[in-house]
Design a protein around this ligand. Sequence first.
Ligand code: C5P
Length: 221
Amino acid sequence: DNPVIVAIDGPSGTGKSSTSKAVAAKLGLSYLDTGAQYRAITWWMLANGIDVDDPAAVADCAGKPSIVSGTDPLDPQISVDGVDVTTPIRSQQVTAAVSAVSAVPQVRARMVETQRAAAATAAAGIVVEGRDIGTTVLPDATAKIFLTASAEVRAARRSTELKGAVSLAATQEALIRRDAADSGRKTSPLAKADDAIEVDTSELTLDQVVDRVVALVEERR
Ligand code: C5P
């Protein structure tokens, strides 16, 4: 059997992470959260006082931090220069800065390289989630899924994750701003691949989305 490569893309709050982890666990595959990698390099930039709104400054040190991503869907950890940053990369500061950092081509180039290496070395196969996996990182993936959901549903989900620390309106606004930045950037923007299957998760439970994606993968393996 060839290793199974599953690409799961889509905007924020569509259930990509929950779905990807569950699908990987069910199918016995590795799991890679590429958003966590962009968050990790952003965390390092902020910790080192780099002006994230200065693309030249970001590009200059894009190669400096060493990022190691775990691929266990039940316990995905990520570290930067040996420091476990699994929790701090979810902070609001990182979330607000990540789109600017991830738009820098030198940042993307090194991330894409590690993402392809992870896919090439996953023995059974891997579920890779992100924004440009089906279009750019792994265009030959076994199955490509593009998750969507209404802006209201996405904001409500994110707000639940943040445990009500931020208002729903502010969450929705931040989400829309981040998606616009991710979709509008020059280098591999958030986009649905022509051969990706779109799944609207607005009215589905997580279990329903997982079952649908597993079925789509089984059809293609
Ligand atoms: O998925 P998550 O919300 O954690 O991703 C954080 C950010 O990382 C996205 O808003 C986007 O700017 C960037 N990203 C990207 N390409 C990917 C995955 C994430 O540019 N493949």
